[in-house]
Design a protein around this ligand. Sequence first.
Ligand SMILES: O=c1[nH]c(=O)c2[nH]c(=O)[nH]c2[nH]1
Length: 311
Amino acid sequence: MAPKDEIDGMKFEQRHGKERVRVGRVWRSGKDGRHFFVEWNVSIGLLSDCIPAYVRADNSDIVATDTMKNTVYVKAKECSEKVSVEEFAILLAKHFTSFYPQVTTAIIQIVEKPWERISISGQPHDHGFKLGSERHTTQVILTKNGTLQLTSGVEGLALLKTTKSGFEGFIRDHNTILPETRERMLATEVSATWRYHFESLQSIGKVPLGFTEKYLDVKKVLVDTFFGPPKEGVYSPSVQATLYDMAKAVLARFPDVSSIQLKMPNIHFLPVNLSSKVNPVIVKFEDDVYLPTDEPHGSIEASLSRIRSKM
Ligand SMILES: O=c1[nH]c(=O)c2[nH]c(=O)[nH]c2[nH]1
């Protein structure tokens, strides 16, 4: 990704940036007194022509990372209207690539903390929020000539079902002890990133794109596919098969998503069987009592992309 420079007969790649810049932003609606709040953790990486800083101690082409940090607050202040995390990332990337002649590419990653409006006695509160669980993420990579890679994502989406899961037919060898089963618990913590088909700033245009709504819609398709209908559910023959169904459902449903990457650790709940010499059955596992574990866990990840037409 970073342009390679040749220095003293060697290849050199570099980037610099500021990580984990935290900002909170409140928007106060004049009409009905309702407040909106976001908290973002912003990471900025810049590819820029600043080789002299590395090889000659000449900092004249360096955008100070402290300036990058300040820019986050300046731009947050300038957003007088509510913006999505994707829009804010695009706005920052645009600034860095257009304002500094030295900067060739900006890479902006943001994680949004899941502050959700609280309801009191069933009524949404005007200015009260509570922390939810999964986080909305985005990554924007923008080059000076306007080439764009835009991804959104979710992380920390913990899902569990108590049945309709099994694992059979896998390789058995001298190290295998896992029994085959058609009845087990399935638990995971989904991390997903999906890429939008926009490939330039121009293709995004000026209309507000509803990225927040799209994030909620994609998350819903992932969750619905994992669980199946509320009464009958859907059988999962493996994390792999369920992951693939989830990825396929997102690409089928959203034409503007060109690829999706899913990470789904298999978080094990171990059957509890307790016995002693005097009492061979203290607790017999009957799909009821489990030992929850974090580690080790299975790690399953894949990405699914549309194959681009060669036309
Ligand atoms: O859904 C699963 N996939 C695996 O690859 C695997 N491996 C394992 O031990 N249990 C499971 N479960």
